[in-house]
Design a protein around this ligand. Structure first.
Ligand SMILES: Nc1ncnc2c1ncn2[C@@H]1O[C@H](COP(=O)(O)OP(=O)(O)O)[C@@H](O)[C@H]1O
Ligand SMILES: Nc1ccn([C@H]2C[C@H](O)[C@@H](COP(=O)(O)OP(=O)(O)O)O2)c(=O)n1
Length: 249
C-alpha cells in the first residue's frame, strides 16, 4: 500500500481513533508484530526503540562521552530527528542522514542502554513520542486520525498509559535469544546464541533499571509468544485489540 492510499480506504477503525501501546523485552517480537498489526489495521507505527537508537547514533557521531549524562542530554535535546510512521516503510533520519540501517549495527545495540537510561534523554524522547502519538489522532496525519501502534519499553506505563489497548508481549529467554541470533548471525546454533547474549540479556537488565517491561502493569494484557509463530502472534494481538475496542482487521 502506498503512503497516501490509506485515506481512500474504508477505515478498519470505523472513524474512531485507536491507540495501541505495546511493551516487552528484546526479541519478544514487539517491532515486527506491532508493525504488521498497524499495517492490517491501517494505523501508524511508532518504533520508539528506533528513536533511542538514533539518539545513540548521534551521540557517537558527535563524540560526546556517554557517561557524561549532562552533555548527552544536551546533545539529544539538539537531535534533528525525523521518524516516518508508515508501517510499510518506517524511516529514521537524523538531519540529512538516513540512519535506518546504521542504528541496527551491533555498536549501537551495545551502547544504546547507556543513552536510554539517561533520565533527561527519556524526558526529551518521551515528549517527542507523546507528540507523535497525539498527532496520529488528528486529520492530516499519516493515519488520517485513525491512530497508532506504538511500541517500546514504557509505552503502556509512562508514555501512553491511557491507550485504548495496552499489551505486554513476552517470550521465554530461550526463544528471544534464538530469534535475535537468527536475525544477527543467521543461525541459532550454540555459538550464535552465545554471541547474542550481551545484546539481549545484559541490555534488558540495564534497560529494566528505568522501565518495567518484564511484568504487566494493572490493565495491561500479556501475550506470551514463546510457543507461537509470527502469524499466530499477530492474530493474538489483533484479538486483544478487537476485544478491547471492537475494531477488527
Ligand atoms: N512469534 C514469533 N515467532 C518467531 N519469530 C518471531 C516471532 N515474533 C517475532 N519474530 C522474529 O523474531 C525477531 C525479533 O523480533 P523483533 O520484532 O525485532 O523483536 P523486538 O522488537 O521485541 O526486539 C524478528 O526476526 C522477528 O521476525
Ligand atoms: N520506549 C523505549 C524503547 C526503547 N528503549 C531502549 C531499550 C533498548 O535497549 C533500546 C533499543 O530498543 P529496541 O526496541 O530497538 O530494542 P530491540 O533490539 O528491538 O530489543 O532502546 C527504551 O528504553 N524505551
Amino acid at each position: 500500500m502506498e503512503a497516501g492510499e490509506l485515506s481512500t480506504q474504508v477505515s478498519a477503525t470505523g472513524g474512531r481513533t485507536v491507540v495501541v501501546a505495546v511493551d516487552g523485552p528484546s526479541g519478544s517480537g514487539k517491532s515486527s508484530v506491532s508493525r504488521e498489526v498497524a499495517r492490517r489495521l491501517g494505523l501508524a507505527f511508532l518504533d520508539t526503540g528506533a528513536m533511542y537508537r538514533a539518539a545513540t547514533w548521534w551521540c557517537l557521531e558527535t563524540g560526546v562521552p556517554l557517561d557524561d549524562t549532562a552533555a548527552v542530554a544536551a546533545t539529544v535535546r539538539g537531535l534533528p530527528l525525523v521518524v516516518g510512521v508508515d508501517p510499510d516503510a518506517p524511516t529514521v533520519h537524523v538531519g540529512e542522514h538516513d540512519v535506518a540501517e546504521a542504528i541496527r549495527e551491533t555498536r549501537i545495540s551495545a551502547a544504546v542502554s547507556a543513552v536510554a537510561t539517561n533520565l533527561d534523554v527519556r524526558a526529551e524522547l518521551g515528549r517527542l513520542q507523546r507528540e507523535a502519538i497525539a498527532a496520529e489522532s488528528a486529520p492530516g496525519s499519516f493515519s488520517q486520525g485513525r491512530g497508532v501502534v506504538a511500541e517500546g519499553r514504557d509505552i503502556t506505563t509512562v508514555i501512553a498509559p491511557d491507550a485504548d489497548v495496552r499489551l505486554l508481549l513476552t517470550a521465554s529467554e530461550e526463544a528471544r535469544l534464538a530469534r535475535r541470533a537468527r536475525d544477527v548471525h543467521g543461525s541459532d546454533d550454540a555459538a550464535a546464541v552465545e554471541a547474542t547474549r550481551d545484546q539481549v540479556l545484559r541490555r534488558d537488565a540495564d534497560d529494566a533499571t528505568v522501565s518495567t517491561f518484564h511484568t504487566a502493569a494493572d490493565g495491561v494484557v500479556t501475550v506470551d509468544s514463546s510457543d507461537l509463530d509470527f502469524e499466530q502472534t499477530v492474530r493474538a494481538v489483533l484479538e486483544v485489540v478487537a476485544r478491547a475496542t471492537g475494531v477488527r482487521a
